[in-house]
Design a binder for this molecule. Structure first.
Ligand SMILES: Cc1cc2nc3c(=O)[nH]c(=O)nc-3n(C[C@H](O)[C@H](O)[C@H](O)COP(=O)(O)O)c2cc1C
Length: 196
């Protein structure tokens, strides 16, 4: 209980957006990599931050939950989110950065649960991922785009994917050309490149 209290009271990892900006950085992070990128984006843009929490939390070492993560990703499941903001809160934002680790070739599925909970039409969605290997980044990006068909996206288009629905067999490498900060240190130049 102690660590959970600390997490929710930490101003850098709020579980509800503060409502100070028209930009939101919504992210899920299990081991801190995506969180560091999210906080850097927020520091540079003045964006509000919202940390997506799974209703059924993942193991402290998420590799211990690898089977669950694979089942959720390959089954396109929608695990519950513990702290979904009300729709009016999300409606206030024009631009939403959406951050996730690459988990079994996909966004963490709680991020998909978050995206499907709202009407995001007309909003600008900027996905970002952290990952261990630069494979399946395109499939992960394609997933976010398909879940937000009425939104604008940065980048506007992705490299063509021969079969974005097949995430279980390796396809041709098609991640080249996707501009993504590799770490928090790369965020500032990335934001300049994408015009934010
Ligand atoms: C269960 C699990 C599955 C993963 N699957 C992938 C993957 O398919 N591709 C990849 O590049 N990295 C994969 N990774 C590595 C994470 O994407 C990487 O460590 C990421 O930076 C973690 O972000 P976080 O610290 O914000 O949780 C996986 C990690 C875990 C725990």
């Amino acid at each position: 209980a102690c660590s959970a209290d600390e997490k929710t009271s930490d101003p850098e990892t709020p579980d509800q957006p503060a409502g100070n900006s028209n930009i939101l950085v919504a992210y899920f992070s299990a081991t801190g990599n995506t969180q560091r990128v999210a906080e850097r984006i927020a520091a540079l843009t003045g964006a509000d931050v919202y940390r997506i929490e799974a209703a059924d939390p993942y193991a402290a070492d998420p590799y211990d939950d690898s089977d669950r993560v694979q089942r959720e990703a390959y089954g396109d499941l929608r695990p519950g989110v513990a702290n979904l903001p009300v729709a009016e809160t999300i409606a206030r934002y024009d631009t939403i950065f959406v951050g996730s680790p690459c988990w079994w070739h996909q966004p963490a599925m709680v991020v998909c649960t978050f995206l499907e909970a709202y009407d995001l039409s007309g909003k600008t969605i900027v996905p970002f991922f952290t990952y261990g290997a630069t494979t399946y980044l395109n499939e992960s990006m394609q997933k976010i785009y398909r879940l937000t068909p009425e939104s604008k996206h940065i980048p506007a288009t992705l490299p063509e994917d021969l079969d974005p629905d097949d995430i279980t067999t390796p396809g041709r490498p098609d991640d080249a050309g996707i501009d993504m900060p590799g770490s928090a240190g790369g965020v500032e130049s990335w934001l300049k490149r994408i015009g934010i």
